[in-house]
Design a protein around this ligand. Structure first.
Ligand code: FAD
Length: 450
């Protein structure tokens, strides 16, 4: 699809993807399936940059018994193309485990297994990706006052490379969130680094961990640390009364449907807010009921046996976390009485969630040409394309960071397969028109939340 450019132009693609997590792996697969269907003339050319040295999906949380929170049928392809060769079922077949998996009668594979599936899928499209390349700049290529291309600079060690594209798909994922003023150290962790840090503790025989938070990651950390360190006490500190179960019932689960994206996108602001309030408990600050039950059973058993290692400090918060050479001294404040109790620990783990990376941050000058609403949120079309100044004719698409316009699936896997198909359709459709006549987002194509 790319028109001819001068010989000295950087390598030029129809699309550059920033990040190669599940979202952009799915994008690469959708592209390769599209290109296999159409002739060479209509093929969409693409390149992806990933800063990690190889594919990795939340490696720090690949706890061996943790399971997926989404059906395996919501893999990278199936909801878009049920006959795709990149499905989880094809992966199982290739590993010789299809029948064994079916006999297990579960929709929810182990997280380590889904990671292996992602790696298997990513490996089949890795001719399109440069690993170990962090995108550090995006610059507009201005000709006659208009921008039809952007130059993307990626750094790998001391080297930088520049590639040019007519479309960008930003899939840079989530960033760990720490409470204001709390820095990560060797003894103060975010749960995202659990497995990369924990081995170093084996020699030191830790006696106490504090885990802050009441969501799925927090509960998983509590269960894991208790199991891994049989002599250590694990204190869970959270402001709730107890862990709350994730609502994964069938009707509520429809909030993750592809159609729900249309409804959410069209709904007025107030209804968007209500939908999030009603159904936030399908995903946020909630825990799988099986894990809640397990933790409760363990705590009760410890009580009966008189050897309590699990402590739940509920309706509480952690204040004054101070690191000493061999400990962390924290203070637990009861939100009921205000009483403050000192607590020495080997490690404090903050399981305090994640936030989307600011997509515009990475876009630099190009980001300044993208429109924001009066709350500073990016304005996005239904096809996930950012609304921009008229002179910016290239497409900038977001995978993630669109919860305010497209709803709860924005940063989840549930809708990834369908979303990448929609982005690809938009790119193909726009590519078939001369750039100068391409439509800008009409008012009714921009979410009413904006
Ligand atoms: C522990 C955990 C478990 C989860 N489990 C589920 C689940 O079961 N079901 C579900 O639906 N969701 C789950 N999620 C939500 C999660 O957001 C998605 O699973 C998924 O990671 C989204 O994929 P992504 O590609 O958009 O983002 P990511 O997986 O975060 O990938 C983004 C990639 O971009 C790369 N990157 C970032 N900046 C740059 C840059 N400047 N240059 C180059 N590369 C860059 C990163 O290195 C990363 O590889 C889970 C999240 C966590 C933390």
């Amino acid at each position: 699809m790319s028109p001819a450019l001068p010989d000295d132009a950087p390598p030029t693609h129809d699309l550059i993807g920033i990040g190669f997590g599940p979202s952009n792996v799915a994008m690469a697969i959708a592209l390769s399936e599209h290109n296999a269907r159409v002739g060479r003339q209509e093929a969409v050319t693409a390149h992806f940059f990933e800063r990690q040295p190889r594919f990795g999906w939340h490696r720090g949380m690949l706890i061996d018994d943790a399971t997926m929170q989404v059906s395996f049928l919501k893999d990278l392809v199936t909801l878009r193309n049920p006959s795709s060769e990149f499905s989880f079922l094809c992966y199982l077949q290739s590993k010789g485990r299809l029948v064994d998996f079916v006999n297990g009668k579960s929709l929810f594979p182990l997280r380590v297994e889904f990671h292996d599936y992602f790696e298997w899928a990513a490996a089949q499209v890795d001719d399109m990706v440069s690993y170990g390349h962090e995108v550090v700049a995006v610059r507009p290529v201005v000709r006659d006052g208009v921008v039809e291309y952007v130059d993307v600079t990626a750094r790998s060690g001391q080297e930088t490379v520049v590639h040019r594209a007519r479309n960008l798909v930003v899939g840079t994922g989530l960033r760990p969130r720490m409470p204001d003023g709390v820095e990560r150290t060797e003894r103060i962790w975010h749960n995202s680094e659990l497995l990369s840090k924990v081995d170093a503790l084996d020699e030191s025989e830790p006696s106490r961990f504090v885990v802050v938070g009441a969501g799925q990651s927090a509960a998983e950390n509590v269960a894991f640390l208790r199991r891994r360190f049989p002599n250590a006490e694990v204190c869970a500190v959270f402001s709730r009364y107890g862990y709350s179960p994730a609502d994964d019932s069938s009707f509520a689960n429809r909030i993750f449907d592809p159609d729900a994206v249309d409804d959410y996108f069209t709904a007025p602001d107030e209804i968007k807010r209500k939908l999030m309030d009603y159904h936030g408990n399908t995903n946020y600050a909630v825990v799988d009921i099986d894990l809640i039950d397990d933790l409760y059973r363990q705590a009760y058993r410890e009580k009966v046996l008189g050897s309590e290692r699990l402590r739940f400090l509920n309706v509480s918060r952690l204040t004054d976390v101070v690191e000493t050479p061999d400990k962390v001294r924290a203070t637990v404040e009861s939100l009921v009485t205000g009483e403050r109790t000192p607590l020495d620990a080997d490690v404090v783990v903050y399981a305090t969630g994640y936030q989307s990376a600011d997509a515009l941050g990475i876009l630099g000058e190009v980001g300044e040409r993208c429109h924001r609403d009066d709350q500073g949120r990016v304005r996005v079309g239904r096809d996930y394309r950012l609304a921009t100044d008229a002179e910016l004719r290239c497409g900038i698409y977001l995978q993630g960071g669109t919860e305010h316009t497209h709803g709860i699936t924005s940063s989840l896997l549930s809708n990834t397969a369908v979303r990448v198909g929609e982005i690809l359709d938009s790119i193909v459709e726009r590519g078939q028109q001369p750039a100068s006549s391409q439509p800008r987002l009409a008012a009714d194509e921009i979410s009413t939340a904006l």
